[in-house]
Design a binder for this molecule. Structure first.
Ligand code: HEC
Ligand code: HEC
Ligand code: HEC
Ligand code: HEC
Ligand code: HEC
Ligand code: HEC
Ligand code: HEC
Ligand code: HEC
Length: 411
């Protein structure tokens, strides 16, 4: 009796055990480890085969790109085009350097929009002036951005010296570098070299590589804004890979930098001209309206209105424009003070040789800009504590120094 019971228990336990193993196995993922995902195309050809062994990441980045899917080869990009120097390479002839010109062979529309933007020649000229551009390039850029290329080199760049300029200033401003093949800039700042992705370009952090810090705190402001908070919370539900020409609010119901500044949302035109939707020169010490004020503002509002009601957006713009007007008058006070000190002979004409010049520079370049940018992009803390409060503090410091300079002069 006893042995029958124990046999019964063992058989029963055995069946339970087998059932458990079967259930667990059924739940195991059936995909093979390392099986490529659907958006992966294995690159073939001599370049890829050899580079898989030497610089593997380049090949893997390429294999996930739209280029790989559409049969664009390594050599399609790496071959030399007009005016480019060549090099012999493992039985092939490839270009010494690739520029926007190589991309423009197949994407001429994007290149011509980019060329009109401040990301092109004006960005480079902001650091080193007009000297590196041809007369033709200057004339072209000046047509769209008067005074943005035909100007002297930036005095701060000169004072700080070559290494700071090359690794620092140009680290961001080379987005508009004049290339030896006659083209301007590169497309890889936003798309990367081999992933060539619109999803990457739609990430706020991509713009934040350069649009950061106290003088242009766009990324910090964005993360503080409702848009930024929602984006970070809901990013995984969005379709950042949607093709630009058919991007809808269903793909991205929350805007990132590009939605407002570049994207073709719900039938709007995609643009690589980042100036198209702007109405003020917010980066300037005193912000005037751009010549394209009305078109710029209409175009941006059209974007907002894909997601918002008119009353909301009109009120938002009214409040932001008031911040611009008030900031302008606060900065004007500082400008007048600096001018009168110069006229009284209490300051030299040389830039950045007296402490008050640094305070004045911080006042408009950090805090004035921050207040204005915060007002347009939803950053309350940047309008106030990092903006207006600092404006007040710096103005008080400037007045104190001015008073001391004047007292010392009459002694
Ligand atoms: C037989 C192997 C082999 C083949 C085929 C090959 N490469 Fe290379 N490639 C290399 C090696 C090795 C390097 C050097 C890596 C290093 O410097 O550490 C290199 C370097 C490069 C560089 C960097 C050059 C530089 O100096 O900055 C580029 C760009 C490049 N290859 C592109 C290509 C392209 C495009 C093709 C096909 C047209 C190709 N390669 C074919 C092996 C190969
Ligand atoms: C969409 C255009 C494009 C395609 C396609 C492309 N490349 Fe490149 N590649 C670039 C650009 C741009 C650079 C940067 C070159 C420069 O600065 O002169 C680059 C750089 C490289 C480098 C140097 C990388 C480094 O960091 O040192 C290698 C190696 C290279 N490519 C290999 C390849 C291979 C192999 C393929 C095909 C599997 C390929 N590329 C396909 C655009 C492309
Ligand atoms: C030989 C032609 C050719 C060259 C050169 C080329 N592309 Fe492309 N590119 C294509 C094709 C084809 C597609 C896919 C179809 C389309 O979207 O137009 C594409 C698509 C793209 C896309 C959209 C990708 C997406 O995620 O939807 C971007 C961005 C892009 N290319 C950037 C570049 C950049 C940057 C360069 C230069 C470094 C470059 N391309 C060079 C042909 C090219
Ligand atoms: C971290 C990236 C970065 C660095 C480093 C940088 N800049 Fe900029 N700079 C920018 C961005 C982004 C803007 C656009 C600001 C805006 O429009 O709000 C800008 C705007 C400017 C402007 C105003 C726009 C114009 O065309 O007049 C000038 C001038 C300028 N930078 C000069 C310099 C100089 C000189 C240096 C080095 C001493 C430098 N920048 C370093 C990213 C950078
Ligand atoms: C490699 C650095 C870099 C990256 C990446 C970059 N920018 Fe810029 N951007 C600049 C610089 C530098 C300027 C200032 C150019 C000038 O006015 O002289 C600028 C200016 C601008 C302007 C003002 C244009 C005008 O007419 O005043 C806008 C808007 C802008 N960028 C948006 C973006 C967006 C959106 C992204 C991301 C998709 C982005 N940028 C990525 C460097 C960069
Ligand atoms: C909700 C829409 C929206 C988002 C998101 C947004 N911006 Fe803006 N941005 C604006 C508006 C509106 C202005 C002011 C336009 C004007 O001048 O009328 C502006 C101004 C700017 C300027 C100032 C140009 C100048 O005149 O100095 C830059 C640069 C810029 N944005 C870059 C960015 C970057 C980078 C991001 C992401 C980190 C971003 N923006 C996110 C709407 C947006
Ligand atoms: C400031 C960042 C930035 C730079 C610089 C940039 N792009 Fe783009 N590009 C974008 C963004 C963002 C999109 C997607 C727009 C959208 O969301 O609708 C895009 C889309 C594209 C597309 C797909 C367009 C379509 O309608 O399918 C191509 C192709 C492309 N870019 C090529 C280029 C080329 C070529 C250059 C250099 C001349 C370049 N890009 C420079 C940000 C950039
Ligand atoms: C792609 C859609 C989209 C675009 C484009 C867009 N927004 Fe928004 N915005 C949103 C969403 C979603 C919210 C969160 C609404 C909610 O709380 O339900 C939001 C919230 C806001 C808020 C905060 C409202 C509050 O009190 O919580 C403001 C202000 C705002 N947006 C202004 C703008 C402005 C100005 C523009 C254009 C420059 C713009 N938005 C463009 C989707 C968008």
């Amino acid at each position: 009796m006893k042995s029958f019971k124990s046999i019964f228990i063992s058989v029963f336990l055995g069946i339970v055990l087998i059932a458990i193993v079967l259930i667990l196995n059924a739940k195991r993922p059936t995909v093979e480890v390392n099986q490529p995902s659907a958006d992966f195309v294995r690159a073939s050809g001599k370049c890829a085969e050899c580079h898989r062994r030497t610089t593997s990441a380049v090949v893997h980045q390429f294999e996930r790109s739209e280029h790989a899917k559409h049969g664009v080869s390594c050599l399609d990009c790496h071959k030399a085009v007009e005016n480019q120097e060549t090099q012999a390479h493992r039985g092939f002839t490839i270009a010494q350097h690739l520029t926007a010109k190589n991309c423009s062979e197949c994407h001429s529309t994007e290149y011509s929009q980019f060329l009109r933007s401040r990301h092109a020649a004006p960005a480079w000229a902001a650091v080193s002036g007009a000297k590196d551009f041809t007369a033709e390039q200057i004339a072209f850029a000046e047509k769209y951005h008067k005074g943005a290329v035909e100007r002297p080199a930036n005095s701060l760049a000169i004072i700080e010296g070559e290494s700071a300029t090359i690794v620092g200033c140009y680290g961001c401003h080379d987005i508009g570098k004049p290339n030896s093949d006659g083209s301007i800039g590169n497309c890889t700042s936003c798309h990367a070299r081999h992933s060539s992705s619109v999803a990457l370009a739609r990430e706020p952090e991509t713009c934040g590589q350069c649009h950061m810090g106290p003088d242009h705190s766009q990324i910090e402001i964005y993360h503080e804004s409702k848009h930024g908070v929602l984006y970070n919370a809901q990013k995984s539900e969005m379709n950042l890979k949607a093709p630009p020409k058919s991007l809808t609010t269903a793909d991205m119901s929350v805007p990132t930098c590009v939605t407002c500044h570049l994207s073709g949302l719900d039938g709007l035109n995609v643009t690589h001209d980042t100036t198209e939707r702007l109405s003020y020169w917010l980066f300037a010490s005193i912000s005037d309206k751009r010549p394209t004020y009305q078109q710029g503002q209409d175009a941006m509002k059209e974007t907002c209105l894909k997601c918002h009601a008119t009353t909301q957006i009109e009120r938002y713009y009214q409040e932001a424009e008031q911040v611009v007007i008030d900031t302008n008058s606060k900065i004007s006070e500082a400008v007048t003070l600096m001018q009168s000190l110069r006229e009284e002979g209490l300051l030299t004409e040389t830039p950045f040789d007296e402490p008050i010049e640094f305070i004045y520079f911080d006042l408009w370049h950090y805090y004035g800009r921050t207040a204005k940018h915060g007002a347009f992009m939803g950053g309350a803390d940047f309008v106030q504590w990092h903006g207006n409060y600092e404006l007040l503090l710096k103005m008080t410091e400037m007045k104190k120094i001015a008073q001391e300079l004047r007292q010392n002069a009459t002694k």
